[in-house]
Design a protein around this ligand. Structure first.
Ligand code: 26W
Length: 814
């Protein structure tokens, strides 16, 4: 008898249909007959929210009245994905919804499709934040996600006729958005600019202008925890909305200028995911949401208290800094404690350092934010003073620890003309962690070595994870049912390490065949979805080989496309006989930061290779390439369950962790990858024999850098590589235009900073192993089952348990 523990609301489908009908009437003034799928989407969403409201309010009350420390997850990005299905799952209303909507005469998929995905993030960092708050709620831990309610999220990507990326604004709020509750009565005032004056021996900041931070609250329902936490996203509004006098002087634009200036702060997400642009508006955004969040936390945990005892603040809430983006929060809390509540420096510093912890998500030096001191001085003059004082205290502390002066200089938070936010976070917080074992080691050995030498106890690791609710249960219901059948319980959804119980079933051919059937059905589903949404003709009987992530040179989409061109040439030139070729469909998904020239050219190249290969009868049925535009959480949920082979081929030592790698392994795909980020831990846990490893290790990469890397030498030495690159430069993929990709080829042959050419041979070599195994479906799927069985560790619930134990020292509400 299979044990089912999934939450199930006692409400019947009929009752739920009535609630939707009532919401349509009293909430939206339409009858069922008049309603559109979008109306029903809003009504059903409101109806679900009503079922979650009691738990939401109870969780809030227990958090404030209890003694359990809460977690405040400060993040400039939350890539939440579509909400309705997730809320239905956690409210135990899925079946009732499907039946109710059908009974009202609607196709429930049309209602689901009416939701516009909230894209308030760029990629890994933003999605991780979303997985983490889902897990905190599912573990029953009191928590706030604090961020920004961008009016425009990550741009919508399209491709023009030449295969170039074009960016369109993400109008995600054009239609009624039922999940966000705008709470004007709990807004906060956030100020900027001005000067600092001495008054009565005290520093007083006299800001020049202020904006109103209005919270938009989203429910974060837990799975089977009965708890609902809050995601509080701040929206910027102007206090003096409208200057009537100016308007009456028909200077209409001037009349609304203050409003526009204020609202600009939360207008749009910066689409960079590695190289900060250092724009003033970006710093305004960061200070805006962090300052509002700190004041909000004091309001929440010290309700109605004029002079709260803030020495208890670190026992009420601890803040996690999601990369360097919220680090201005450290001088902000110091300012609030000293200037607004009159604490002395040392007391304030004690409170602040106990309150904050910092997670670093990158290894790229250029991704660590460094703000010009002049910009901070202009926008936040009091904060610059405090940062300078923190730096003086820091240098004195280092001196007292006998650190030599050069090292002290290298470790400076304030260098005179700039402020290094990663250093401020490391000194100003209690803990610093990387997001995978290799990453955390490299942070200690390289990126933050000096700090690790002086403060070794601050450094720890918490390997990333993903939520199994969205990325297995919602994305892959067939596999979920098979897992529950195989384990005899669905408890794995809140205890993912239970997947280990599938291991023996990998030896059971009947189970393996069922598993293979699930994968095949998912591939057919994706083929139909891709046809409907993109007009693609994907053959589900080929190997589906996927590479989806942001476009970045260190992730090496170039390696994939060059190997693909080499394969194309092999088939064309008959180097490979027809039966030798394992039919493969390669699917890319990737957005490039709008200003990232080489990344955008790589996208153009991939699209043109796809155009040529897919229209070449010589390779028809053997090789095809598809690049669905606008890769987002929705597309990921459709593509990951349908994938046989996942690409994690970044240069060793560059990908902090990766989380896509975890999602694919958990959905029964095999991985071809390097020893980078969390690939190392995935391979360790699923077994080296169940992972296609290739390429240089971090040490080999460092050695090659040290010995002087000449990409041209690899080009000359490897005829297949040479041919592939020559086909890119000779116009094969650009209608004969030999200059189309010249900058890309020039970079490959002269710089190739991430050693794509050096790892090409090893990467093409491993393909034979991959295809040899794929030719034995039973063995392939056996290994895929062993990947699923041994990937339970990569649940974001486990990541949260690590943070709770090692960093936050708190736990579930009683
Ligand atoms: C200021 C510009 C900027 C914006 C975002 C710089 C850096 C970022 C993020 C840190 C980039 C990011 O998303 N990093 C990814 O974080 C994931 C979650 O930890 C990791 O799995 C990925 O390896 C890492 O690239």
């Amino acid at each position: 008898m299979t044990e089912i523990t999934a939450p199930k609301s006692p409400v019947s489908a009929e009752q739920f249909a009535d609630e939707i009908r009532e919401q349509l009437k009293y909430g939206q003034g339409v009858t069922v007959e008049q309603a559109t799928p979008a109306d029903v989407y809003v009504a059903a969403s409101q109806a679900v929210r009503r079922h979650l409201m009691d738990s939401w309010m109870q969780t809030q009350a227990d958090m404030v009245n209890g003694t359990t420390k809460a977690v405040g997850y400060l993040s400039a990005e939350f890539l939440m994905g579509k909400q309705l299905r997730n809320a239905l799952l956690n409210a135990g209303l899925t079946e009732q919804f499907d039946t109710a909507v059908e009974s009202l005469g609607f196709n429930y998929q049309d209602v689901i499709d009416a939701e516009h995905e909230p894209g308030l993030g760029n990629g890994g960092l933003g999605r991780l934040a979303a997985c983490f708050i889902d897990s905190l709620a599912s573990l029953g831990v009191p928590a706030f996600g604090y961020g920004i309610q961008y009016k425009y999220g990550i741009f919508e990507q399209a491709f023009d006729k030449d295969g170039k990326q074009i960016e369109k604004p993400d109008y995600w709020l054009t239609n009624e958005e039922p999940w966000g509750h705008i709470d004007y009565n709990r807004s906060q005032k956030v100020s900027f600019g001005g000067e600092v004056v001495e008054e009565g021996g005290k520093k007083v900041w006299k800001p020049a202008w202020s904006v109103r931070a209005v919270p938009v609250d989203y429910m974060v329902p837990g799975y089977a925890s009965g708890r609902v936490n809050t995601l509080r996203l701040w929206s910027a509004k102007s206090y003096d909305e409208f200057d009537l006098l100016t308007f009456n002087r028909s200077e209409y634009l001037d009349a609304v200028r203050p409003q526009v200036a204020a609202e600009n702060i939360s207008k749009i997400l910066y689409p960079e995911d590695s190289t900060p642009q250092g724009k003033a508006l970006r710093l305004e955004q960061q200070y805006f949401f962090v300052a509002a969040s700190i004041h909000d936390a004091i309001r929440v945990f010290y309700p109605g208290q004029e002079n709260p005892d803030l020495t208890t603040f670190p026992s009420k809430i601890c803040f996690q800094l999601n990369d360097t983006h919220p680090v201005i929060g450290i001088p902000e809390l110091m300012r609030v404690l000293i200037d607004e509540y009159g604490y002395d420096w040392d007391t304030a510093w004690g409170i602040t350092t106990k309150t904050f912890n910092y997670t670093c998500h990158t290894l790229l030096p250029e991704a660590l934010e460094v703000w010009p001191a002049s910009l901070i001085g202009e926008l936040l003059p009091r904060h610059l003073e405090i940062i300078k004082q923190i730096n003086e205290q820091f240098e004195a502390e280092l001196t007292s620890k006998h650190v030599d002066s050069d090292t002290i200089k290298d470790m400076a938070i304030h260098t005179g003309d700039s402020v290094r936010m990663a250093y401020l976070a490391t000194y100003g917080g209690s803990h610093v962690n990387g997001v995978a074992e290799l990453h955390s080691q490299l942070l200690k050995d390289v990126t933050l070595k000096n700090f690790s030498d002086v403060y070794p106890d601050k450094f720890t690791n918490v390997t990333n994870g993903v939520t199994p609710r969205r990325f297995i249960k919602l994305a892959n219901p067939r596999l979920s049912d098979l897992i529950t059948e195989g384990l005899g319980t669905d408890k794995w959804l809140s205890d993912l390490e239970l997947l280990k119980g599938l291991e023996p079933l990998a030896a059971d051919d009947e189970f393996v065949k069922k598993f293979a059937a699930v994968k095949q059905a998912n591939k057919v589903d994706f083929s139909n979805y891709a046809k409907r949404e993109y007009g693609f003709d994907i053959d589900p009987d080929t190997m589906v080989n996927t590479m989806v992530k942001r476009l970045h040179e260190y992730k090496r989409q170039a390696l994939k496309i060059l190997a693909l061109i080499a394969r194309y040439a092999d088939i064309k030139n008959g180097n490979m006989s027809a039966d030798e070729v394992m039919p493969r469909t390669v699917v890319f998904g990737a957005k490039a930061a709008p200003g990232y020239y080489l990344a955008k050219m790589t996208i153009q190249l991939i699209n043109n290779v796809a155009r040529v290969v897919n229209n070449d009868p010589d390779v028809k049925g053997k090789l095809s390439v598809y690049f669905p535009w606008n890769y987002n959480v929705r597309l990921a949920q459709h593509l990951i369950p349908a994938t046989d082979l996942d690409e994690q081929i970044s240069q060793a030592g560059k990908e902090a962790s990766g989380t896509g790698n975890m999602k694919f392994a958990l959905n029964g795909a095999l991985t071809v990858g390097t020893l980078d980020g969390a690939n190392v831990e995935i391979r360790e846990r699923v077994g080296a024999e169940n992972f296609f490893l290739f390429g240089m290790t971090v040490d080999e990469v460092d050695a090659l850098y040290a010995s002087g890397y000449s990409p041209a030498a690899f080009y000359e030495a490897d005829p297949r590589l040479k041919q592939a690159i020559d086909m890119v430069s000779d116009g094969t993929f650009s209608n004969g235009d030999r200059n189309a990709f010249a900058p890309l080829v020039a970079d490959w042959l002269t710089k190739d900073w991430f050693m794509t050419l050096a790892d090409f041979h090893a990467y093409t070599e491993i393909q034979a192993d991959i295809e040899a195994l794929y030719a034995q479906p039973l063995e392939w799927h056996r290994k895929a089952i062993l990947n699923v069985a041994n990937s339970g560790y990569f649940s974001s619930d486990r990541s949260m348990e690590d943070y709770l134990e090692r960093i936050w020292e708190t736990g579930p509400l009683a």
